[in-house]
Design a protein around this ligand. Structure first.
Ligand code: VGL
Ligand code: ZN
Length: 221
């Protein structure tokens, strides 16, 4: 469903920023909200990060009893429920702040974590989820990432990590709508479900998000 006409080769420019989304233990095989082959993105991201002027990491970082947890509503995971700000997909408890499942994959620590200048923790409010690293699920509350990138005059962002059909897509769509030239690094992402991926693909294209691959990003200096 992701074909080639929206996939671009790109030459690295000063200021280019890599956003590494939710490469956390709970999204790895065996984790609470496992993404198939999620661990495969780790070495790819580690090869990618040293070439970027800015590396930003995000962590899904929920308090116990978070609104996105099925257990909070005594309901089943993967159903949807209307909460204050609209429809919320319910998930198994995952990325509870301070737990091992919320930690970054240990393989990411060097060099990506070492090079990162900012960690954005999202979904921190019990009553509000956030797939996007920029704007929370109420579509109103900013995380501060846009202000940070504006301060550093960042024009282009490259998004990688987990899950492509949820947090990566939401982050890329917001980035594009906020005016960044936005690339999703496809081989450095993995998706949860085919159905969600088809929808995410459509929404990303509509927002003007471009696709690239780690092998198609060139550095000339
Ligand atoms: C994510 C579902 C719930 C993600 C986070 O990182 O894509 N998905 N929380
Ligand atoms: Zn979450």
């Amino acid at each position: 469903m992701i074909d080639n006409e929206n996939t671009f080769s790109v030459n690295k420019e000063p200021g280019d920023t890599l956003i590494v989304v939710d490469v956390q233990n709970d999204f790895m095989p065996g984790g609470a909200l496992a993404v198939t082959d999620g661990h495969e993105v780790v070495p790819i991201i580690n090869r990618l990060s040293p070439g970027f002027d800015h590396v930003i990491i995000t962590q899904d970082w929920h308090p116990p009893g978070h609104v996105s947890f099925a257990s909070t509503h005594n309901d089943l995971p993967f159903l949807k429920r209307n909460v204050g700000y609209g429809e919320q997909t319910l998930w198994p408890d995952h990325c509870v702040r301070g737990t091992q499942g919320a930690e970054l994959h240990p393989g990411l620590i060097r060099p990506t974590m070492e090079l990162a200048e900012l960690i954005v923790r999202k979904g921190r409010d019990a009553k509000r989820d956030s797939y996007s690293a920029f704007i929370e699920a109420d579509r109103h509350t900013h995380t501060g990432l846009h202000a940070y990138l504006t301060t550093h005059k960042v024009k282009r962002v490259f998004v990688a990590g987990l899950a492509l059909d949820y947090c990566v897509a939401a982050t890329a769509i917001d980035a594009a709508n906020l005016g960044y030239e936005t690339y999703v690094v496809l081989d450095a992402c993995r998706a949860v479900s085919e159905a969600a991926m088809a929808l995410a693909d459509e929404r990303m294209r509509y927002a003007g998000v471009r696709y690239t691959r780690s092998t198609m990003i060139r550095t000339y200096w």
